[in-house]
Design a protein around this ligand. Structure first.
Ligand code: ADP
Ligand code: MG
Length: 853
C-alpha cells in the first residue's frame, strides 16, 4: 500500500503520539491514506510544539517539506511549515479503518510476512525485507499482555510458538491487556544493532505506538505526566537527525524575544603571559608538549589542526585561548556527557562556560542564552545539531565568535569510527560566521581522516600539529588467561581504590565477571548495550564520581568517558586488532600519571574474533584477519611491546626499550628467584593479622610487616607490634602475590571493607597443623610499582576529604584535585598558601574554593 506523499494542502488525521528522544513524536494519516510522521528539525526538547497536536485532531497542512535524510522504512517523515487545526474527528476508529485498513491476524501477517524474531523474542525487520512504510494498523488474533518495568514496557503476543515482544512507545499509560481484535498501531524503531556485536545485522524493532478503544475512541487521553523515555539504542545520540536544510522551519525558539538588552561585554583585561594564565587558572606549572605552539597559533587566528593522542591535553589548547580572547569560543562536541563534564570542570577553575544542547530544560536554556547575550561566557559548548540551527547561528552572529573549535573532529570523516552527519555542516556555519578561525582536534591520526577534516572544514593555510602518539605513562603487560578470575583478583589487589575498566568481549562475560567480582567482595559495576539506558547512565555516573571504582564493560563503554584518573585497563579478552586495543587502553592515565594495562588472552578468544570476522562483509575479511594476525604477533612478542606498537602505527622504529612493559621489565630483572616455602610466609603474615585483631586490610598488614612509617601505622602505634618490620626482605609486590595465594587456597577471607580474617584452614596453618607447598616468588621489583612517593596514610585521608567535597559540590572528585595533586600534597603537606600554589593542579581559584584542604 505505497501511496505518495500528498499534494498540499491536505488534511491530516492525528493518530499517535510516541516518545522520541526527550520529547515526543506525532504520527498521522493523510487524506489519501498515506502514513506520515511529523518531524521537527531537531525533535528532542520540542515537546511544546508537538503539544498542539491531539490524537483525533484533523489539521489542514498548507505547506511541508521532506527532510533531506530519509532512510527506509521511515519514509513518512515530513516537516510541517504552515498548518491550521480544523476539528476533532468524531469517528476516529472508523476513520482510521477507512484510511489505513488494518491487518487482521497473527504476527506473521505483519509487514507482509517480513517480521523476524530475535533470540530474546523481540520482533524485528531485517535489512533484507524492508517494508515500504514503517507504520500499520493491526487487529491481533490474540490478546497482547503487558510486561515490563517503570522504564520499559513491552507487549507480549503469546502463541504456540512462544512469547514475542513489541516495545511500547506510546505516551498514554500502558494498559495491562489489549484484548484480541483491539485496533493497534504498530510502528518500527530506527535501524539499530548492538554496539558490541558487529557481527549482528541491523534491525528495526517492532513497537506498539498506540491503540484505540472503540467505546471511547475519540477521547484518547494524553498523559504528559509520565517521564519521557529515552532509548539510546533505538535513537542513539549519534543518530544522524540530518534535517539540516530546515532553517526555514516556522517554529522559532524566539531567542530574539528574550527580554534582555544586549550589552557589550566588559572584560577584565587579561594578561597574555600564557604560562602565568596556565598556572593561575589551571594550576599547572608547565605546558605539555605542543600545547604552547598550538595556543599561539590559535591566538594568531590561524586555522589549526591538532592530532594528539588521548590524554595529551587537547582541551587546554582552546580553553586557554578562550581566556585571552575578548569574545566567545564555540566548541562543537559530539556527546552531551562530554560537554557537561567539561563545563563542570571549567566552572571549578572559575572559567565561565556553558553548554547548549537538547537536554536542557527551557529555564536552563534561557539562562545560557542570557549569559551569551550579556557577554558573560568565555566558552560555549554546542552539539552539532544545535550549531546548525538557524536560531543558533543568528544568535552566534550577535556574539562576536572568536574561534570555532571542532573537538573529536574525526566525526567529520566517514573513514573515522564515529561518523556524525551533522559534523559535515560545520563548514557552512563557519561561512555564516564570517569565516571565523577554526581549531580542529582529534586523536585519530590516519592520513585519510586528517585530509577529510581539512577539506571538509575548508581549512585555509592550516597549521598542523601531529604529536607522536606514544603514551609513555601506560604500563603494558600480557598474560595467558589461565584462571581468569584469580588473575583479575590478583591484579585488582594491586590496584585497590584505583579506578579502572575491565573490558570483556561479550555481554554475558561482563555480567558473569561482575557477579563473580561482587561475590569476591569487590564492588564492580557493569556496562553494555544490553542494559537499559537508565542503568547505563547511572553506572557510568557512579564510576565517574568514584563511588565504585571498577567498571566491567564491553566496548560500548568508551567515548564519553573523560575521566582523567583511570588507573588501569584490564582486557579480559583479546581485542580484535591493535587499533581497538590502543583505543581501549587509551582511556587510562589521561592525567599523565602511570596507568597499568594488562591483557589476558586465551585460545577461545582467537576463535571468537575469527568467528566475528567471518560474519563481516566479504570484502573486509582479509583486512580484519590481517589485523588479528598483528594482534596475535604483539601478544607473543618477546621484545619491547611499546616499540612494536610505535612501529605498527607510526611506521617508525623507536630507538629505546621502554622499561614500561612486561617484556622490558623481565629483560632488566636479573635477580635469581628460586622456590620458597609458603608456610613460613603464611605464618608470619597470619601472626600479624592476629596481632591486628583481624580488624585491618591487606595494606596495613603488609605495612606493618615491611616496617612502614605511614601515618596510619604511627597513629595506631602499630610500630610497636612484635611483627613490625619482620617481613622487610619481602617486597610489597611479593607480599601481594603471597596474599593472592592465601586467598586462592582459602586461608584468608576478606569482607567488603577489605578487612581480612583467617579461615579455619588458615588457623591450622598458623598453628603448624598444616604445611603448605613451595612457591616461586616473583622478582623483587614490582610490576605495578606505583609512583606514590607521599605518605600513603595522608594520601588516603586527602582522598576521603576530596570525596566529601565532591559530594558536597555534586561533581566528580577529579574535578577538585587530581590524584597527582593529592600525592604531591601528601609528600609535602603545604604549610602556606604560597606552598599550596606550588602544588600541581592548584590554581588561585582552587585555593579560594578549597583552601581548607
Ligand atoms: P585529550 O582531550 O587530549 O584527550 P584532555 O584535554 O582531556 O586530553 O586532558 C587530559 C588531562 O591532562 C586532563 O586531566 C588535563 O587537566 C591534564 N592536562 C592538560 N594539560 C596539562 C598540563 N599542561 N599540565 C598538566 N596536566 C595537564
Ligand atoms: Mg578531548
Amino acid at each position: 500500500m505505497n501511496r505518495p506523499l500528498p499534494q498540499t494542502p491536505f488534511q491530516l488525521l492525528i493518530v499517535s503520539k510516541t516518545h522520541l528522544g526527550g520529547g515526543f513524536c506525532v504520527g498521522g494519516i493523510a487524506q489519501n491514506g498515506r502514513s506520515v510522521r511529523l518531524c521537527m528539525p531537531n525533535q528532542a526538547g520540542k515537546d511544546h510544539v508537538n503539544k498542539e497536536y491531539e490524537i483525533g485532531d484533523v489539521w489542514r497542512i498548507h505547506d511541508y517539506y521532506v527532510p533531506n535524510k530519509i532512510v527506509a522504512p521511515h519514509t513518512e517523515d515530513i516537516v510541517v511549515l504552515t498548518k491550521e487545526r480544523l476539528r476533532k474527528s468524531d469517528k476516529l476508529v472508523e476513520a482510521i479503518e477507512k484510511l489505513m485498513p488494518p491487518v487482521c491476524g497473527g504476527i506473521e501477517q505483519l509487514y507482509d510476512g517480513a517480521v523476524r524474531v530475535a533470540e530474546n523474542g523481540i520482533l524485528y525487520i531485517g535489512r533484507d525485507q524492508v517494508p515500504e512504510q514503517s507504520t500499520l494498523f493491526w487487529r491481533p488474533d490474540r490478546h497482547l499482555t503487558l510486561k515490563g518495568t517503570n522504564t520499559r514496557f513491552r507487549y507480549v503476543y503469546t502463541s504456540d510458538q512462544g512469547e514475542f515482544y513489541l516495545t511500547y512507545k506510546g505516551l498514554k499509560p500502558a494498559d495491562a491487556l489489549l484484548p484480541a481484535n483491539t485496533l493497534v498501531r504498530v510502528s518500527l524503531a530506527r535501524w539499530w544493532k548492538p554496539e558490541d556485536a558487529i557481527h549482528q545485522e541491523e534491525r528495526c524493532h517492532l513497537q506498539v505506538s498506540g491503540w484505540f478503544d472503540e467505546s471511547s475512541a475519540d477521547e484518547v487521553p494524553l498523559d504528559n505526566s509520565s517521564p519521557p523515555e529515552y532509548y539510546p539504542e533505538e535513537y542513539p545520540e549519534a543518530y544522524p537527525n540530518d534535517y539540516s536544510n530546515s532553517y526555514t522551519d516556522n517554529y522559532t525558539d524566539n531567542y530574539t524575544d528574550l527580554p534582555i538588552a544586549v550589552v557589550t561585554p566588559t572584560r577584565v583585561p587579561v594578561t597574555t603571559d600564557l604560562p602565568q594564565l596556565l598556572h593561575q587558572y589551571f594550576g599547572f606549572r608547565e605546558f605539555r608538549p605542543y600545547q604552547q605552539p598550538i595556543i599561539e597559533s590559535v591566538l594568531a587566528r590561524h586555522d589549526t589542526l591538532v592530532i594528539m593522542s588521548t590524554g595529551a591535553g587537547k582541551s587546554l589548547c582552546y580553553q586557554l585561548p578562550a581566556l585571552v580572547f575578548n569574545g566567545l569560543t564555540v566548541v562543537i562536541s559530539p556527546l552531551i556527557s562530554l560537554m557537561q563534564d567539561q563545563v563542570a570542570h571549567l566552572t571549578q577553575f572559575g572559567i565561565e562556560a556553558a553548554a547548549l544542547n537538547s537536554q536542557l530544560s527551557e529555564d536552563e536554556r534561557y539562562d545560557v542564552l542570557r549569559k551569551m547575550r550579556n557577554g558573560q561566557l568565555r566558552l560555549l559548548y554546542l552539539s552539532p545539531e544545535m550549531l546548525v540551527r538557524a536560531n543558533t547561528i543568528m544568535l552566534l552572529r550577535e556574539c562576536q565568535v572568536e574561534c570555532l573549535v571542532v573537538d573529536e573532529a574525526h566525526c567529520i570523516s566517514r573513514w573515522g569510527h564515529d561518523f556524525r552527519a551533522e559534523y559535515r555542516q560545520i563548514s557552512s556555519v563557519r561561512e555564516q560566521l564570517d569565516d571565523v578561525p577554526v581549531l580542529a582536534l582529534t586523536a585519530t591520526a590516519t592520513r585519510q581522516v586528517r585530509t577529510d577534516i581539512a577539506q571538509n572544514l575548508h581549512l585555509q593555510n592550516v597549521v598542523e600539529y601531529v604529536a607522536p602518539f606514544d603514551r609513555p605513562n601506560l604500563f603494558l603487560a600480557v598474560q595467558p588467561r589461565q584462571n581468569g578470575l584469580q588473575q583479575v583478583l590478583a591484579f585488582l589487589a594491586e590496584h585497590r581504590n584505583q579506578a579502572g575498566i575491565i573490558y570483556c568481549s561479550t555481554r554475558n562475560q561482563v555480567d558473569d565477571l561482575t557477579a563473580a567480582l561482587n561475590e569476591a567482595g569487590i564492588a564492580a559495576l557493569s556496562y553494555h548495550a544490553g542494559l537499559d539506558d537508565m542503568t547505563r547512565n547511572e553506572n557510568q555516573h557512579r564510576f565517574i564520581i568514584d563511588e565504585v571504582t571498577v567498571m566491567v564493560a564491553t566496548v560500548a563503554f568508551g567515548m564519553g568517558i573523560d575521566k582523567p584518573d583511570i588507573r588501569f585497563v584490564l582486557n579480559y579478552n583479546l581485542p580484535s586488532d591493535p587499533e581497538s586495543y590502543y583505543q581501549q587502553i587509551g582511556r587510562a592515565g589521561r592525567d599523565g600519571d602511570r596507568a597499568d594495562c594488562l591483557m589476558l588472552y586465551g585460545p577461545d578468544d582467537f576463535r571468537t574474533v575469527r568467528w566475528m570476522i567471518s560474519e563481516r562483509p566479504a570484502d573486509q575479511q582479509a583486512q580484519a584477519s590481517a589485523r588479528l594476525q598483528h594482534m596475535s604477533a604483539w601478544v607473543q612478542h618477546t621484545g619491547c611491546r611499546r616499540k612494536w606498537l610505535i612501529n605498527y602505527f607510526d611506521g617508525e622504529t623507536a630507538a629505546d626499550e621502554c622499561s614500561m612493559c612486561d617484556t622490558c621489565l623481565a629483560a632488566g630483572d636479573t635477580q635469581p628467584s628460586g622456590s620458597d616455602e609458603l608456610t613460613a610466609y603464611a605464618q608470619l603474615f597470619f601472626t600479624c593479622v592476629k596481632q591486628l585483631n583481624e580488624k585491618f586490610g591487606m595494606t596495613q598488614v603488609v605495612d606493618v610487616l615491611r616496617g612502614s612509617r605511614s601515618q596510619k601505622i604511627l597513629s595506631w602505634k602499630h610500630d610497636r607490634l612484635p611483627t613490625y618490620g619482620q617481613g622487610k626482605e619481602t617486597s610489597k609486590k611479593q607480599w601481594q602475590q603471597l596474599v593472592t595465594q592465601f586467598f586462592a587456597q582459602k586461608l584468608l577471607v576478606q569482607n567488603d571493607m577489605g578487612v581480612i580474617r583467617l579461615t579455619e584452614t588458615g588457623k591450622e596453618v598458623l598453628d603448624g597443623k598444616q604445611v603448605l607447598g613451595t612457591f616461586k616468588l616473583a622478582p623483587t621489583a614490582s610490576t605495578y610499582t606505583s609512583t606514590t612517593t607521599g605518605d600513603e596514610g595522608l594520601f588516603d585521608q586527602l582522598r576521603t576529604l576530596r570525596m566529601r567535597l565532591a559530594r558536597e559540590h555534586s561533581i566528580a572528585p577529579y574535578m577538585i584535585f587530581s590524584d597527582r595533586t593529592l600525592r604531591e600534597m601528601s609528600a609535602h603537606l603545604p604549610k602556606s598558601e604560597a606552598e599550596l600554589l606550588e602544588i600541581h593542579g592548584v590554581g588561585q581559584r582552587k585555593v579560594e574554593e578549597y583552601g581548607e584542604v
